[in-house]
Design a binder for this molecule. Sequence first.
Ligand code: PHE
Ligand code: CO
Length: 294
Amino acid sequence: MLANEKAVNQGVAPVTYGQGDRPPRGDYSAARADYTCEQNWSAYTAAEHDLYRRLYERQAAQLNGLACDEFIEAVQHLGKPERIPRFDELSEALYRHTRWEVVAVPGLIPEEAFFGLLAQRRFPVTGWLRKPEEFDYIVEPDVFHDLFGHVPLLFNPVFADYMQAYGAGGLKASRLDACELLARLYWYTVEFGLIQTPRGVRAYGAGILSSAGELRHSVRSAEPSRVGFDLQRIMRTRYKIDSYQATYFVIESFQQLFEATAPDFTPIYRAVRDLPEIEAGVVLPDERRIAAAD
Ligand code: PHE
Ligand code: CO
């Protein structure tokens, strides 16, 4: 054994969700310095492929009327639902469309590593799949959330560019100590965004699209607040991590999202820091509520 072999193979420090003391679920010892690792596709069991298929089919069955057209058109790129996709094959197709790739990671990764990968048009996808008892609900992102929720829209050229810009913006936000404000933008767009269409609001956020119950709730329920996309408003708004969202922000188009987030955020972060936070669910007096789809 070489003297420095241990140092080389040490991997990276694990990352866990929230303040909890649960052990990390992925194998961080096998990750490279940029937190990427091998997918190790042949290690998935038949039971895991079958669980993936059941998750996929449950979501696919409710996309019509709830998911945006861009997502519905692109979901076929994930291939047959019978098997967890091979990231290398998926990357090849994705690269041909938008020059993005997917890379395997052991699970949650630090902000800077995450931003760095997005800025290079590499989307980190968790290797492991949830347990059967987590069929209806999982706190941390797993391979199903990351693939089914996030990857289809990376085939859309405008959304793909937005994700890269977000990564570059994240590296900048780290330097400006503004990651918390920028995280709210990710949360209310990439994870829980709605988009207006001639047939009513539809979902484009990955957290919604990979959720058994929130997909219908976010689009059809009269309960949550829905307001138009507004960058500063989003940066001021707190969010829920353990229940359906109380507020959803509705974009008009991916082009609107891209353009509204293109300006330098430095003065925007400064302005937002001086304004009070807004609780999830609150609709301000001057705001128009956007109706649920029927
Ligand atoms: N325009 C942002 C900035 O200057 C970067 C960014 C783009 C952030 C898109 C998020 C999404 O910080
Ligand atoms: Co996600």
